[in-house]
Design a protein around this ligand. Structure first.
Ligand code: EPU
Length: 338
């Protein structure tokens, strides 16, 4: 542990701080090394102060949401990892519930909204640490449509906005009305949807940190919302290895014109790579775009497997698959987020 960054005491930082923290248990893939510093701000002001303090010390800064789309390299990751875990507020922006935060784990108080207020203002405010499952649950209980396609996606609102989480049945930015970001210089900025240019799997917000977002949903028949949500979840559970440790899809789907409409998972399957393993990392037999950790995999195993799959697909089909998963601390020359 370097001491160049100051005394290894949490009081040196403007929020809760830990040094030399294992990260694998904070990611869904469950691989990777340790963070030099892990900061856990509990308010937006603490978040701002933590970013400013990190900059003042000249340390690299990375933001950790639910760790659901993340591959952390083995070894020590120098600098600061800023966890959004404690920034987990979820609430309605107007009406009687204005000051009553919802349980970010269950979205519970939302369900008690009086029927007459249900239609009035179908918006939810989520701070970056609110979970995507809590958002989906809240919307389902209110009978508001727009988040059904995100059912089964792990992770947090901040990562979901930054990455434009979603899939075949919709993306988070489809229902995003406004996003609050923290610029690298420590300024908060509220951006209306019209001022942003999200793309497939990319909120396109540059170096800004997502602090919170406002989602506008559509009041619908609650039973219909529930049914769609249920169907999408069943379909995901059928085709994805949901009970195994993974980081979701490894690659972005290629341009359909270049791939003849074939998804990344399909190309991996056609290349005969399902089941291919390096150490305890294996290409899922169920879905070719997932790598699962069968227990005790190292990040280096996963990175080596990604390289092999990419290489095979390139040789076989002439298609260079871009990474969807974010990588932290991988060596120069390793694949980077595409
Ligand atoms: N397919 C295969 N073999 C496979 C996997 C898929 O032939 O091993 C075929 C399927 O039969 C289907 C097509 O490829 O015809 C597309 O597959 P799927 O419906 O599973 O969707 P996907 O494009 O692979 C996308 C998102 C997922 C999201 C699902 C459902 C990307 C890279 N992936 O998967 O997102 O859950 O749609 O909405 O866009 C993630 O981002 O981490 C993720 C899992």
């Amino acid at each position: 542990m370097s001491t160049a960054s100051g005394p290894s005491s949490s009081t040196a930082w403007p929020c809760a701080a830990l040094s030399d923290v294992p990260l694998s248990s904070r990611t869904t893939l469950r691989v990777g090394g340790r963070a030099q510093w892990l900061l856990e701000p509990a308010t937006q002001e603490e978040l701002r102060a933590a970013v400013v303090a990190t900059r003042e010390r000249g340390l690299p800064l990375r933001v950790l949401g639910g760790g659901a789309n993340l591959l952390v390299a083995d070894g020590v990751l120098p600098g600061v990892v800023l966890a959004t875990e404690r920034l987990d507020r979820l609430f309605r922006p107007s009406g009687r519930e204005e000051t009553a935060p919802l349980d970010a784990a269950t979205g519970e108080p939302v369900a008690r909204a009086a029927p007459e207020t249900r239609e009035a203002d179908p918006r939810l405010v989520a701070w970056c640490g609110a979970t995507l499952p809590a958002l989906v649950t809240a919307a389902t209980r209110l009978g508001w449509s727009g988040l059904e396609g995100l059912v089964g996606v792990p992770g947090k609102a901040g990562g979901g906005v930054a990455m434009n989480a979603g899939g075949r049945w919709g993306e988070l930015w489809d229902v995003l009305e406004e996003v609050r970001v923290l610029e690298p210089d420590g300024t908060f900025r509220d951006l209306a949807r019209a001022r942003c240019a999200p793309r497939y799997r990319d909120g396109n917000l540059g170096d800004s940190i997502v602090v919170a977002c406002v989602l506008r949903l559509a009041p619908d028949d609650p039973a219909a919302v529930r049914e769609r949500t249920r169907e999408f979840l069943l379909e995901k559970n059928r085709v994805q290895p949901v009970s195994e440790a993974s980081c979701g899809c490894i690659f972005k789907n290629p341009d359909p014109e270049a791939s003849g409409g074939r998804s990344a998972g399909r190309l991996v399957e056609e290349a005969g790579l399902k089941g291919l393993s390096v150490g305890a990392a294996r290409v899922s037999e169920r879905h070719g775009n997932f790598i699962v950790n069968r227990g005790g995999a190292r990040a280096s195993d996963v990175l080596a497997l990604i390289r092999r799959v990419r290489e095979e697909v390139r040789q076989r089909f002439g298609i260079d698959l871009a990474l969807e998963v974010r990588t932290w601390g991988a060596d120069e020359g390793e694949p980077t987020a595409g």
